[in-house]
Design a protein around this ligand. Structure first.
Ligand code: ADP
Ligand code: MG
Length: 693
């Protein structure tokens, strides 16, 4: 349970004065809707109002704060002209200019004969010194109400910096001193402020320097966030390790036979990964291993080798895919091989009902079925295994930490192998999978041809269609991917459907589309037709089918490429170039391209190295563009910048290990404070792994 001292921070932003439903909805566009989330929303820049000249000295174009006397108000002489207020000091006159004024308000705020403080951008205009629509106007006696240095926050359309700053100031009132969770010596050495001071300092920068990631306040907060992350992962890892594992030592009969059945030899990376997995499974601890490999690097056969190892020892293995089509595809690949190996393989997805399902369940329960391929339905109620030794999770960057936890609860001492196609940068691996050992397929099977990548504006759709006409004549097969719009399935669906309709008008029945709302049977039918070549252009939304393997498909068209993240583009492109024909990828974009989108497209044209692309992706992703990361299930950091704080991450990792060695259940006073830290960063699930948690 969250400690009481944190309750105020986890209140909804609507408790703040001046924040109603409408503002809350806008805030929710930039961060989560609790006070604590506002505290994590740090300023990106600042406005310095400390320049305090006399009127005659005020430099054109600069932000200045002036103390002046209000002389007179002048109504606009006619429509379209501004309302003016003339002010002065002993050096000259300042004219305040207002278009569409609220006259009552101005007369109240700027009473004739009073001294006021005005802050805004100075404009020398037609011999006059002016400020149009000052940012601040207060009576001289209320001078302390005027912020001389104002933080400027990342915003969203409709939300002003003023409103957001005000809300954040309100949220900061809930920031109270908390017991220090960091090592005192560490804090002293780094000259870091205490947590509550750090939060306040981060929101009240005095100079540009205070906005730097290496400023002590920001560094401290980043460290807190990373430590919470690493501590949570370490707890999770320990929890999983603590569960008794099994020793699997196969005799090699099945694995050797599989190798002889394969039409190719394994790559060195595949062999190395298999060795690592086999060695891990032979240990008495539970295996928690990540198999990381770019699209097309051949993870499936590695997983199959691991599964056979477990079966040689008399246990069962399961492989779970994120979608039914992928489950289907794994099954189609694995089942025939199992047939040749003389072991029973079954499929279980959400759609398998009635008799078929009963039969699968019976065979799983009595151990007849050795390998089962399925979706998350595999780990639902009612599915019992005779003796599940290994669970393979084909993540395709969909599941994430939570699902791994759910699985660990379900499957007891089962070894776990997670496969991910996301070429995650090393730094991110540590944050997302710090709880796992990693095997890497850093080499592709031989014979892969580079994919020619081109970019074209959408206006040239006509040319693209002509190109497709020629390609179809040459017997090519084409994927056409439409984007997911703002996470809305409905929009994505319309765009794919509409594009499909348009292409059908031109190319007829060779075109079909597939999307998430179709029934599994319909989807399968389309995929099978595409695989068989009866359908030559497949229009799809991305999310559904990232992992499909149709080797003869050789052209990938990505519509609205500017809306995709780099890693997504890379994943999609990886769908082609698997067969014998020359492959190409066409990035269709909506012009004009912004800088980031342009950079992404250029990188795509330059390289197909998944790791390089992942690093560039991380680099290009501004704070405002974490959508891709969110969708991928990777952790999103609000305070830490993984590039700039990379060294901190390493320290946090070591720190977490040290902490748990000394105080395994976080019971010491510092341990208690660390529990608060975990709650503060919403790692509640990790606390449950502590005794007396
Ligand atoms: P992914 O890592 O994307 O899941 P797959 O396991 O689907 O990759 O493999 C992609 C394709 O490469 C499959 O058609 C598979 O049969 C083939 N493949 C896997 N390993 C090799 C290899 N060592 N040599 C040649 N082809 C291979
Ligand atoms: Mg795969």
């Amino acid at each position: 349970m969250r400690p009481e001292i944190l309750f105020p921070l986890f209140k909804d932003v609507t408790v703040l004065p001046g924040v109603g439903k409408r503002t809350a909805a806008l805030i929710e566009k930039i961060t989560d809707p609790h006070l604590v989330d506002l505290c994590w929303h740090l300023p990106a820049s600042l406005i310095d109002r400390r320049y305090r000249p006399h009127i005659a000295d005020a430099r054109d174009g600069d932000i200045a704060t002036l103390e002046v006397h209000v002389d007179d108000h002048f109504k606009a002489p006619r429509k379209g002209l501004p309302y003016k207020v003339r002010c002065s000091d002993h050096t000259g006159y300042l004219t305040l200019v207002f278009f569409h004024p609220h006259v009552d308000y101005l007369q109240k705020t700027l009473p004739i004969g009073e001294d006021v403080i005005i802050s805004g951008r100075v404009d020398h205009y037609q011999g006059e010194i002016q400020i149009a629509h000052p940012d601040h106007m207060v009576l001289a006696k209320d001078a302390d109400r005027l912020p001389l240095v104002e933080p400027v926050y990342p915003l969203t359309q409709g939300l002003s910096n003023k409103v957001l700053s005000h809300a954040i100031e309100g949220a900061l009132e809930s920031v109270v001193p908390l017991a220090e969770w960091l090592d005192d010596a560490h804090v002293a050495r780094e000259k870091w402020p205490a947590w509550h001071e750090a939060v306040n300092a981060a929101h009240h920068p005095e100079s540009e320097n205070d906005l730097e990631p290496h400023h002590p306040a920001r560094t401290r907060l980043a460290y807190d966030e990373l430590l919470a992350n690493q501590l949570a992962l370490a707890l999770m890892r320990r929890h999983m390790r603590k569960q008794k594992g099994r020793v699997f030592e196969g005799d090699g009969t099945l694995t050797d036979k599989l190798l002889s059945l394969l039409p190719y030899t394994l790559t060195a990376a595949q062999t190395r990964s298999i060795d690592e997995i086999v060695a891990d499974m032979a240990q008495p601890e539970r295996m928690m291993r990540l198999l990381q490999g770019d699209v097309g690097s051949g993870k499936t056969v590695v997983a199959l080798m691991a599964m056979l190892r477990v079966i040689e020892s008399g246990s069962q293995a399961a492989i779970m895919a994120p979608t039914e089509i992928l489950a289907h595809q794994h099954y189609n690949y694995i089942a025939p091989l199992c047939g040749q190996l003389g072991i029973q393989c079954a499929r279980l997805t959400g759609r398998d009902k009635g008799k078929i399902r009963e039969e699968v369940l019976t065979n799983l329960a009595d151990g007849t079925t050795k390998i089962v391929v399925g979706t998350h339905a595999l780990f639902q109620e009612g599915v019992t295994f005779h003796d599940l030794g290994l669970a393979v999770i084909d993540e395709q960057h969909r599941f994430g930490v939570h699902q791994r936890l759910a699985l660990s609860g379900k499957s007891g001492a089962t070894d776990v192998l997670v496969m991910t196609a996301t070429p995650i940068p090393r730094t991110l691996t540590l944050t997302a999978y710090g709880d796992m050992d990693v095997s890497r397929l850093d080499e592709k099977p031989p014979g892969r041809k580079p994919v020619t990548t081109r970019a074209m504006p959408l206006e040239r759709l006509g040319d693209v269609v002509e190109g497709l006409r020629r390609a179809l004549k040459d017997g090519d097969q084409i994927y056409w991917v439409c984007p997911l719009v703002e996470e809305s399935d409905v929009m994505a669906l319309t765009s794919a459907e509409e594009r499909s309709k348009h292409l059908r008008e031109i190319f007829g029945d060779q075109v079909a589309h597939v999307h998430g709302r179709m029934s599994p049977n319909e989807k399968d039918k389309v995929m099978q037709d595409f695989q068989a070549g009866a359908i030559r252009i497949l229009v799809a939304t991305t999310v559904i089918e990232v992992g499909v393997d149709v080797p003869q498909a050789n052209i990938m068209v990505i519509e609205h490429a500017e809306r995709f993240g780099l890693s997504q583009l890379h994943q999609l492109r990886g769908r082609v170039g698997r067969g014998d024909d020359h492959a190409s990828c066409l990035l269709l974009y909506q012009s004009p391209l912004n800088d980031v989108a342009l950079a992404r497209i250029n990188i795509m044209r330059e390289t197909d190295d998944g790791f390089r692309i992942a690093e560039e992706d991380l680099r290009l992703r501004g704070a405002g563009d974490v959508l891709g990361t969110r969708q991928s299930g990777l952790p999103v950091f609000r305070l830490a910048d993984l590039e700039k704080h990379a060294a901190l991450l390493q320290t946090a990792r070591d720190d977490a290990v040290l902490i748990l060695n000394k105080d395994p259940d976080l019971e010491s006073p510092r341990g208690q404070a660390l529990r608060t830290l975990l709650y503060l960063f919403e790692r509640d699930e990790a606390v449950q792994f502590l005794r007396a948690g």
